[in-house]
Ligand binder design. Structure first.
Ligand code: DGL
Length: 268
């Protein structure tokens, strides 16, 4: 692992900025290569085979860039990590694992997970949490449109609330004892305040981003691979470069010079 190699961050769109901004804050000397697959988002309504195919191309690109590690910011891809992680010689960090670990670390017992449809179908959050502690109750709920609404950057609060009512509203009503909510999609922390206002029953809201970055930091430190002198951010997207640049600034990322490049991954 070369200390001055970049770290890759991968997401279906702008959602992974919620991880990249934590990375920039905690490890400001790391070079970051961010890939946001805006041209193929939302991932959550695609098939598992399609996601594995697309993510494989992006990870091959990361390998060409010589990354020392990849943070799979996308929960939907992380839910399928066992299908591709061992093909690469750099470590790939799952955000679903980080979210499950955070639930267990905090000792939460009544847990809701809001995620994309595909992440929910894989059952990955309940499996990882309950493998470690079968006494934790976990109820997952998929949202069809929330990631796309956030990705658009143009959705009104009413539209967000309506989508929350159609998704999260179901488990909130059926399971009033739930007090913890995992934001199981990187796009959701962007509307965290709306979620908290709409469903105050969730007094503990878990964003797995911090845990995922901590996992990367621990691995790099253990391998003496923390970068002493970088700090560059390069953004690649299959989507609209102008939008990716504007939203990076809006979401609190530090842009470092000419930063956004077009690069396309092909779906099946
Ligand atoms: N942001 C991704 C996630 O964390 C996927 C959202 C989507 O594109 O459906 O799951």
């Amino acid at each position: 692992m070369r200390a001055n190699a970049p770290i890759g961050i991968l997401d279906s769109g702008v959602g992974g900025y919620t991880v990249a901004r934590v990375l920039q804050k905690l490890l400001p000397h790391e070079d970051i290569i961010y890939y946001g697959d805006g041209g193929n988002a939302p991932y959550g309504n695609r098939t598992a085979d399609d996601i594995v195919h697309i993510v494989g191309q992006i990870l091959d690109f990361m390998a060409e860039q010589g990354v020392k590690a990849v943070g799979l910011a996308c929960n939907t891809s992380s839910a399928l990590i066992d299908r591709f992680a061992d093909k690469y010689d750099f470590p790939i960090f799952s955000i679903v694992q980080a979210g499950a670990d955070e639930v267990l670390r905090r000792g939460m017992r009544q847990v809701g997970v809001l995620a994309t449809m595909l992440t929910t179908q894989t059952g990955s959050y309940p499996r990882l949490i309950q493998q470690a502690d079968p006494n934790v109750d976990v109820f997952s709920q998929g949202s069809v449109n929330l990631a796309a609404l956030v990705e658009s950057g143009r959705a009104s609060e009413e539209e967000i609330v309506a989508e929350l009512q159609a998704s999260l509203g179901q488990i909130a009503a059926a399971q009033p004892q739930l007090d913890t909510l995992v934001l199981g999609c990187t796009h959701y922390p962007i509307v965290r305040d709306i979620i908290a206002r709409t469903y105050p029953q969730f007094t503990n809201i878990i964003d797995p981003a911090m845990g995922q970055v901590e996992n990367m930091r621990a691995c790099l430190a253990a391998n003496s691979a923390l970068n002493p002198g970088g700090g560059k951010l390069q953004i690649y997207t299959s989507g609209d470069c102008g939008k990716f640049e504007a939203m990076a600034e809006q979401l609190g990322l530090k842009l470092t010079g000419p930063a956004v490049y077009k690069r396309v991954a092909q779906p099946l």
